[in-house]
Design a binder for this molecule. Structure first.
Ligand SMILES: NC(=O)c1ccc[n+]([C@@H]2O[C@H](COP(=O)([O-])OP(=O)(O)OC[C@H]3O[C@@H](n4cnc5c(N)ncnc54)[C@H](O)[C@@H]3O)[C@@H](O)[C@H]2O)c1
Length: 249
């Protein structure tokens, strides 16, 4: 029997790249998956691929900022699959999505709202939507996909770095509140991870022989946390050594 047979994973931003890899990893291990992505075509395509693995897939084609829609899909998922065991807050947005990357001093308030709402309010919405099911079943894992931008900063992305750091703070404080229900809350902070199959060498600098990481390396870390009942409130950095100091030989 597969290790997550009978379990259900809610994965946001699951239409492509890291989120899709995470969704497929859960499905490959027997879990049903709620494929949440505001790109309906990508979400549907990912869900069809997941169904070929012999598990259930529910397309949640909505924006994580849309609290009403997120709650409604969580309700639908519980109706279809009985419960929600895992939540991965992976959907993200930097000002780059709006072509508005800029120095902080020039950032428009609307852009700041967009980045904070997508990354942190989106994570709040999804966590509040799935927690009743996790609490009822006294089982759950919530995993936020943060970024090393939260640890070491990132030029032209003060809003993104702040929102990603907020995801880490959220994980720590929420872990305290829900531990009594056997729910773990953690973060993963990736370094430069290839996107659309394209490496991000220019963002890598040090470590891992100068290569960027792969979505699979993040999905493997998600599965590791999904299986562990004693790690909670932590942030696991998966960056090939990018955030290590200069060191010396
Ligand atoms: N790729 C990297 O180098 C890297 C590095 C550090 C952290 N991360 C983090 O990993 C996660 C995934 O990154 P990626 O590179 O795969 O991103 P991506 O941009 O390739 O994919 C993001 C997915 O989320 C969806 N999405 C975006 N905003 C959404 C919203 N508001 N509601 C619903 N769906 C939404 C998009 O449609 C897309 O399918 C993000 O949280 C990102 O911050 C990525």
């Amino acid at each position: 029997m597969k290790k997550f047979a009978g379990r259900t994973a809610f994965v946001t931003g699951a239409g492509k790249n890291i989120g899709k890899e995470i969704a497929l990893a859960f499905a490959n291990n027997g879990a049903n998956v709620i494929v949440c992505d505001y790109n309906a075509d990508n979400a549907t395509a990912a869900a069809r691929e997941i169904e070929t693995l012999g598990v259930g897939a529910l397309v949640a084609a909505c924006d994580v900022r849309d609290r009403k829609a997120i709650f409604s899909f969580a309700k639908e998922a519980v109706k279809q699959f009985g419960k929600i065991d895992f939540l991965v807050n992976n959907a993200c947005g930097s000002a780059g999505l709006l072509n508005k990357l800029s120095r902080f001093i020039d950032a428009e308030p609307e852009t700041l709202d967009f980045v904070l709402d997508t990354n942190i309010k989106g994570s709040f919405n999804c966590a509040q939507a799935v927690l009743p099911s996790m609490i009822e079943n006294k089982y759950g894992k919530i995993i936020n996909i943060s970024s090393i931008a939260a640890i070491c900063g990132l030029y032209d992305r003060v809003d993104y770095a702040a929102a990603k750091a907020a995801q880490i703070g959220m994980a720590k404080a929420l872990a305290m509140e829900v531990g009594e229900y056997n729910i773990c809350v953690n973060c993963i902070s990736p370094g430069a991870i290839e996107r659309n199959g394209v490496a991000m060498e220019h963002m890598t600098y040090l470590g891992k022989n100068g290569h960027s990481g792969t979505p699979k390396e993040i999905a493997d870390t998600v599965l590791f946390l999904a299986e562990n009942d004693y790690i909670t409130g932590q942030n696991i950095i998966v960056d090939g050594g990018r955030t290590l100091g200069p060191g010396s030989r």
